[in-house]
Design a protein around this ligand. Sequence first.
Ligand SMILES: [Zn+2]
Length: 198
Amino acid sequence: MESECPYCKAPLELLEDLSWQTCSQCQHRLHVQTQAVFARARASFAAGQEALGAIAGSRDRGAIRALEARGILAYQQALSGLEVAFGPHLTEDQRHAGIEMMTEITRVLSGKGMVSAVFASYWFTLLVEENARRERDDLVEKLAGPTHRGLLGLPVRWHWQLRRSQLTRALARLDRQIRQLEVAIAFADVPRARLLKP
Ligand SMILES: [Zn+2]
């Protein structure tokens, strides 16, 4: 199937009879099945967004029902694809985008009673964790940088340090919440969407 390299964005023909494939432009090795499943899930998500987004511009009840059915079906397909794609072979950007898509899909599907509110809350909490971890990593990097001198330097560092410890506490709390949600949902297989070390 036609796709693009997740590392360098070069156009790429995924050879689905292979397990692994090397991008001819950047030489990264790609797990073919993961890339194919993720690419199809992302396309389904986009199709679902388009159909559900078109509802607002339609006045015909039949057309609205058809758009809604098409959108929901596309979201269900995206959801089952993403559940398969999560794991060690996605790039970091794809993993993050996958969590964003799952948050939106489960928000919509739980509103229709098609997935549980606990399941939607799980993906939303994963997204909150992602954002907190990104902000924390950013601060750790800034604090490791050259010391800012002068009157303004110290208050800025104090602010960063304070925020970093707030985020560290928040991440510990989110980790407990996510584990509780995993128990409540009773996954047969917990989706491998989180980093091993948050
Ligand atoms: Zn590449």
